[in-house]
Ligand binder design. Structure first.
Ligand SMILES: Cc1cc2nc3c(=O)[nH]c(=O)nc-3n(C[C@H](O)[C@H](O)[C@H](O)COP(=O)(O)OP(=O)(O)OC[C@H]3O[C@@H](n4cnc5c(N)ncnc54)[C@H](O)[C@@H]3O)c2cc1C
Length: 293
């Protein structure tokens, strides 16, 4: 039988540039990067982190993360193994591993004639990342279709939650220091053609308003109760504002785009400028939606 240390030696990689994994295409290296293939390996990785006092970072598809140019000290864990990428269905219940690509799950459930997830079309990332961020938009959030969630705590305990035991907020939830491993959705049986049509409509709408095929991390700031962040940024004449290779999108003011050679420092400086300007002009403190590592 292979021991814990051998598994760790086999699956951990050192000094791995995260730039190639993030949607911003910026950021430094992870001290250690690991893709456990199953629950048992994940548990061993977490035990290693505890023994070696390594800080834990969970990485989905990096579509909502800005990694510092200096990288991160600690263990970056990505649920990339096949065991975290399984999808199954019993009637209107769909179970998905956290490493599954959200867009693939949306398409699959639509083709099964199951309604509910199509409102998330166009949101990149993994199912696990979407749950942690309570991803969504004006047509709905992922939390509305969840029936249960299985996690592993940072100290290796498996926990099962019913939907009502988890507190979901605007772009977040209270599953701190836990790794989402599996999610069960309860969807509604419907006509496949209608779901696909709706999906197409929502995607076109999103594509028209957002710079989807650029290097970005989606909306940088959360909307406030009273104002949309994009409207304030646009009103403050910041569309097109540049720092190095980073620019405030001319298509959607709440997106910062890496035009090709931006560093994370450029993006951070642009974030600072936007926050300062909005505070000065409108006395509103914008809060970041993206996660900064
Ligand atoms: C072009 C574009 C459009 C976007 N549009 C939208 C939109 O309309 N609505 C919206 O809500 N978001 C949007 N986003 C943001 C982003 O896609 C979502 O937040 C997405 O759900 C993040 O998923 P991810 O797998 O990439 O997570 P990551 O970015 O990798 O991680 C996000 C957070 O979740 C945590 N995390 C990831 N996986 C797990 C896990 N298995 N267990 C525990 N924690 C985990 C990470 O530690 C991090 O804190 C957009 C992004 C882009 C680039």
């Amino acid at each position: 039988m292979i021991g814990s240390q051998e598994i760790i030696d086999e699956i951990c990689r050192y000094d791995v540039p995260l730039q190639r994994y993030t949607s911003f295409k910026t950021g430094g290296a992870a001290e250690i990067f690991v893709e456990p293939r199953n629950t048992s390996e994940l548990e061993k990785v977490l035990q290693f982190c505890k023994d070696e006092q390594k800080k834990i970072f969970i990485f989905g598809n990096g579509t909502n993360i800005l990694v510092n140019d200096n990288g991160v000290r600690g263990m970056v864990i990505r649920l990339g193994g096949v065991n975290f990428k399984k999808v199954s269905r019993i009637d209107k219940y769909v179970s998905s591993g956290a490493g599954v690509d959200l867009s693939q799950l949306i398409r699959k459930t639509a083709l099964w004639g199951l309604e509910g997830l199509e409102v998330l079309v166009g949101i990149p990332g993994t199912v696990g990342g979407a749950v942690m961020m309570n991803a969504g938009g004006k047509h709905g959030n992922i939390s509305e279709t969840i029936s249960s969630i299985t996690t592993m705590t940072f100290d290796g305990k498996i926990k099962d939650y019913n939907r009502e035991d988890v507190e979901f907020t605007y772009r977040g939830c209270n599953l701190d220091k836990q790794i989402v491993m599996k999610v069960e959705f309860i969807l509604k049986e419907s006509r496949k053609e209608e779901i696909l049509e709706r999906m197409d409509k929502i995607y076109k709408e999103k594509k028209e308003k957002q710079p989807l095929s650029t290097f970005s991390a989606g909306c940088i700031f959360k909307n406030t109760h009273y104002f949309k962040a994009a409207e304030l940024i646009e009103k403050a004449d910041l569309k097109g504002k540049k720092v190095g290779g980073a620019i405030v999108s001319k298509k959607h003011a709440n997106f910062i785009v890496n035009t090709g050679n931006a560093t994370s420092a450029d993006i951070l400086e642009l974030i600072r400028i936007i926050k300062e300007t909005i505070k000065k002009k409108y006395n509103v403190s914008l809060e970041q939606e993206i996660q900064i590592w």
